[in-house]
Design a protein around this ligand. Structure first.
Ligand code: HEC
Length: 176
């Protein structure tokens, strides 16, 4: 082997090595995401009194209407409607309305921190959607809309699996 060939060999080995490192890096990256999602998988739901459950369900039906209206408003570039519906979704905060003081207390004690966090995030995303709509920024509106839908999915995956069995993982794990 000539010196030139040797050098070329080394360069391609280095390239291969770098590619492997990059590949491993992205694999570890996605593994981390999967692991980070894992803890929610163990929640099966939240236990609320029947009255509170009704309030939550009513709120869910309200935001469902809101999210459907937003989709149509987006398709028709009706910025004002997007803003109005986002605002309705944003303020439909289950912890802030239609609750007796006892129920508010119950909610505060019953809901896990993670649920509250997801809920807060959800309302922030609705607010951002409204801001994007006021700027007539279709691309940003679409982005925040998908983030909003992602919030529905995240919370339901973690806390409404018995209500929506479709969220159950395809692979059943047998470690209990
Ligand atoms: C922070 C948590 C959380 C977020 C965010 C959330 N949900 Fe829910 N949702 C729940 C829980 C918990 C239930 C199950 C209540 C029950 O046990 O029946 C539920 C139930 C529902 C129901 C069933 C209501 C009924 O009448 O039984 C619908 C529809 C629904 N959600 C739609 C949505 C949509 C659409 C979004 C997003 C735009 C969303 N939810 C975001 C927690 C959430």
């Amino acid at each position: 082997m000539t010196q030139h060939q040797l050098n070329e060999e080394r360069t391609s080995m280095t390239r291969l090595f770098l590619t492997i490192i990059l590949l491993c890096g992205s694999l570890i990256g996605s593994a981390t995401i999967v692991l980070a999602e894992e803890p929610h998988a163990h929640h099966q739901g939240i236990t609320l009194s029947p009255a509170l459950r009704d309030v939550l369900r009513a709120e869910m039906r309200e935001i469902t209407t809101g999210i459907q209206n937003i989709a149509v408003a987006m398709a028709t570039a009706d910025w004002k409607a997007i803003q109005d519906h986002s605002e309705k979704v944003r303020v439909s905060y289950v912890m802030e309305k239609k609750l007796t003081p006892e129920q508010a207390k119950e909610l505060e004690h019953t809901l896990p921190e993670r649920f509250k966090q997801l809920d807060a995030e959800f309302h922030q995303r609705a607010a951002k959607l409204g801001v994007a709509a006021s700027a007539h920024d279709a691309e940003l509106v679409t982005f925040h809309y998908s983030r909003l839908l992602e919030s529905c999915v995240q919370c339901h995956t973690a806390y409404a699996r018995s209500r929506f069995p479709g969220f159950a993982p395809v692979m059943q794990d047998h470690h209990h």
